[in-house]
Design a protein around this ligand. Structure first.
Ligand code: SF4
Length: 247
């Protein structure tokens, strides 16, 4: 019987290339599952990208969903948990990605995991190996592939990257990610997706979560002025193993 490799595809450029590399290298010798955790609040173009990647890699992409949140909506998670983000992390990641993966693992005997970590992110790969699962295949890292290389590879192969990157966001995660603390990030959300900004502002005020950090001080989103600025928006990926980080 062949061993089973599961590639966790996040709709980001790096995990798309990781899926391609895994199929190229292990397609003949292993069974491979490409798995996505759908999130309702991601940009709609992520679904178009997923379909294009299915064709590109000639392999279906299946879903892993937490049965307690069948709508896979971060807004529903926040309302149920009465918590959005803080020292305890972000409950959306825990419920819609981590717990969804744990449930998937119960019904699939996975021998190896593949994650879309690039060489620039070797420390995150190490952290995952040490804290979550040691049985990973670092298909991008072992080839010294950077995030930029992933974009170049997709462009070269005529794959249209998710629209959210073109709008200026550093990753293909949820629009209005609650891990983001940067005024620059939130004002980009406000200018490009005003309804989503309004929704996060209303919900975070109701729950009592100060999402933004301005000049070292936490403030509510509805206190952020359109002219407020922070540092450069960090390139950061939620993936299946979001870790707290400033965006
Ligand atoms: S991208 Fe942000 S908002 Fe979306 S699941 Fe990950 S941590 Fe939560």
């Amino acid at each position: 019987m062949k061993k089973l490799i599961t590639v966790w595809f996040s709709c980001g450029a790096a995990s798309a290339v990781a899926a391609k590399k895994t199929i190229e290298k292990y397609g003949q010798t292993h069974d491979i599952l490409i798995v996505n955790n759908p999130i309702k609040e991601e940009h709609e173009d992520n679904r178009r990208f997923l379909k294009q990647i299915e064709e590109y890699i000639q392999h279906p992409i299946i879903e892993a969903v937490n049965s307690k949140f069948p709508n896979h909506s971060i807004v529903e998670v926040f309302d149920k948990k009465k918590y959005m983000s803080g020292v305890l992390g972000a409950p959306c990641t825990l419920e819609l990605k981590k717990e969804a993966r744990y449930q998937f693992e119960l019904s699939h005997n996975i021998d190896f995991h593949v994650l879309g970590f690039t060489i620039d992110e070797w420390q995150r790969q190490k952290k995952f190996n040490e804290g979550e699962r040691g049985n990973t295949l670092p298909v991008l890292i072992e080839n010294f592939i950077t995030k930029d290389d992933c974009f170049k590879r997709l462009r070269k192969d005529a794959i249209k990257i998710p629209e959210i990157y073109n709008i200026g966001f550093p990753n293909a995660n949820c629009i209005g990610c609650v891990k983001a603390q940067s005024p620059t990030y939130w004002n980009l959300v406000r200018s490009e997706f005003p309804l989503i900004f309004q929704q996060r502002a209303e919900q975070s005020r109701r729950i009592g979560c100060k999402l933004v950090k301005l000049h070292g001080k936490r403030i509510f989103l509805d206190e952020l002025k359109p002219s407020d600025k922070g540092g450069k928006i960090r390139n950061w990926e939620c993936g299946i193993f979001c870790s707290m980080g400033e965006i």
